[in-house]
Design a protein around this ligand. Structure first.
Ligand SMILES: [Zn+2]
Length: 378
C-alpha cells in the first residue's frame, strides 16, 4: 500500500527518521512529506532555519480565492530519548496489541501523518470553497524556533481556523497555557572565602530572588478557564569552588500563564519584585491560547466528533498543560484554534512512547470530515 493511503505506515516511516531536538534535524521528514504533497498537486515550500533545520508549508486553493484557508499544523521534531533504557526500538515503529511504539508516535508524528493522509486528496475535491495550508514546523520542542522563523519571514499568511494535531487522544481541546521563561542572573565581587567581607556573594542574591519568585501572589490575576498560573525555578547555578566568594549566579524561572495575563505586565511585576540587582533575560515568551466555545469552527469540530467517535465526543476536553506552536501561529494569524490529535497526551516525552493505531485511523476520518465541512462553507 502506498504511504499516502495509510497513516499508520506513514507514521512508522516518520518515526524511522530520527528528528530528536536537540540537536534537531527535520530534513528527512520534511523531504518525505514534500515529495508526497508535490505528487498530489500541492504547492510546497521548505524553509530552512539552520543546517538541516526545516519547516514545511504547503498550500492548495479552493474555488473561492477570497476565502481564508483552513490551517492544519504540527511539528516534525521530537524530544530526546531520556536516560532510561527503552524496551522498544525508539525508531522502529513496532506494533503490538494495537499500539505503535517509538519516539514521536504520540507527540506528534501520528498527528502529522493523519493530517497528510486526510489532506492529500484535496485536489480532487472540486466542491471545496476554502483551500488548505499545511504548516509542519521544526524546532517546536525547544521553544517553537521553527514557527518563530516562519513568522519572522512572514510566511504564515491568513487562516480561517487552525487545527493543531498535538496529542489529545482525539478529543477537542480549546487551549493551553502560555509560557514566560527567564534567565535570572546576579553579579557579585569575588574574594577569598575566609574574607567574605571583601566580596559580594552572588549566590545570596540569587537565593533571595528564588524565594521572592516562589512567593509571587497570583491571586490578583483574574480566574481563567485555563486554571491557575504557576511558577517553577528549574535550574540554579553559581560559584566555582568552595573557597571563593562567587561573583556570578543564575537560575531559570518558568511561569505558565493564562489568557487573562498580559505578559508585559507579568514581566514588569517580576522585575520589580526581584529588584534591580537581578538581571532578567527572556528565554521564552508564548501567550496562552483559548478559543471561545461560540466559534462556528468549534461547532463544526464538535459535530464531526459526535458523528465519528461517539455522541458525547464533541464536548471540549480540558485545556492542555503543554504549550505549542499555536501560541506563535495564533498571535500572527488570529483565527480560532483547536488542538486535536491521535496521540496520548500523557505519553508525550515518555520512555516507550506509543500511540493507539485505532486512534491514528480515526484521526484521519476526523480530519477528512473537518476539511469537508469547514472548507465547503464560507
Ligand atoms: Zn508536541
Amino acid at each position: 500500500m502506498r504511504l499516502e493511503h495509510d497513516a499508520v505506515e506513514l507514521t512508522r516511516k516518520l518515526v524511522g527518521e530520527n528528528s530528536i531536538n536537540p540537536p534537531g534535524d527535520e530534513h528527512a521528514c520534511a523531504s518525505l512529506l514534500a515529495a508526497l504533497l508535490e505528487r498530489h498537486g500541492w504547492n510546497v515550500k521548505l524553509q530552512s532555519f539552520g543546517p538541516r533545520r526545516v519547516n514545511l508549508i504547503a498550500r492548495i486553493g479552493g474555488s473561492d480565492t477570497k476565502a481564508d484557508p483552513l490551517v492544519l499544523t504540527g511539528h516534525l521534531d521530537t524530544v530526546p530519548l531520556g536516560e532510561t533504557r527503552w524496551t522498544a526500538d525508539p525508531f522502529g515503529g513496532e506494533t503490538s496489541e494495537g499500539r505503535m511504539y517509538g519516539r514521536g508516535t504520540s507527540d506528534m508524528k501520528a498527528g502529522v501523518a493523519a493530517m497528510i493522509c486526510a489532506a492529500l486528496p484535496f485536489a480532487q475535491k472540486s466542491h471545496a470553497r476554502r483551500g488548505i495550508t499545511l504548516i509542519f514546523t521544526g524546532g517546536e520542542e525547544t521553544g517553537c524556533e521553527g514557527a518563530i522563523a516562519l513568522r519572522q519571514n512572514m510566511q504564515l499568511g491568513r487562516a480561517s481556523a487552525i487545527l493543531v494535531g498535538e496529542p489529545t487522544a482525539n478529543g477537542m481541546s480549546l487551549g493551553h497555557k502560555g509560557c514566560l521563561c527567564f534567565n535570572a542572573s546576579a553579579k557579585g565581587v569575588t574574594a577569598h572565602s575566609s574574607m567574605p567581607d571583601l566580596g559580594s556573594n552572588a549566590i545570596y542574591e540569587i537565593a533571595e530572588a528564588v524565594l521572592a519568585a516562589r512567593d509571587v501572589d497570583w491571586s490578583r490575576y483574574s480566574q481563567s478557564e485555563l486554571g491557575n498560573p504557576s511558577l517553577n525555578v528549574g535550574t540554579i547555578r553559581g560559584g566555582l569552588n568552595f573557597n571563593s566568594v562567587p561573583d556570578a549566579a543564575e537560575c531559570t524561572i518558568d511561569i505558565r500563564t493564562t489568557d487573562t495575563m498580559d505578559h508585559a505586565v507579568v514581566s514588569a511585576d517580576l522585575r520589580k519584585r526581584l529588584g534591580e540587582r537581578i538581571c532578567l533575560k527572556s528565554l521564552i515568551d508564548m501567550p496562552a491560547i483559548l478559543t471561545s466555545k461560540d466559534e462556528p469552527f468549534v461547532a463544526v469540530v464538535a459535530e464531526v466528533l459526535n458523528d465519528i467517535v461517539d455522541s458525547g465526543a464533541g464536548a471540549a476536553v480540558e485545556p492542555m498543560s503543554f504549550f505549542t506552536d499555536a501560541s506563535v501561529l495564533q498571535s500572527e494569524m488570529v483565527a480560532p484554534t483547536i488542538l486535536l490529535g491521535p496521540g496520548q497526551p500523557e505519553l508525550a516525552h515518555q520512555t516507550d512512547e506509543w500511540c493507539s493505531i485505532e486512534r491514528i485511523r480515526q484521526a484521519v476520518s476526523i480530519y477528512e470530515n473537518i476539511i469537508d465541512r469547514w472548507c465547503q462553507q464560507c
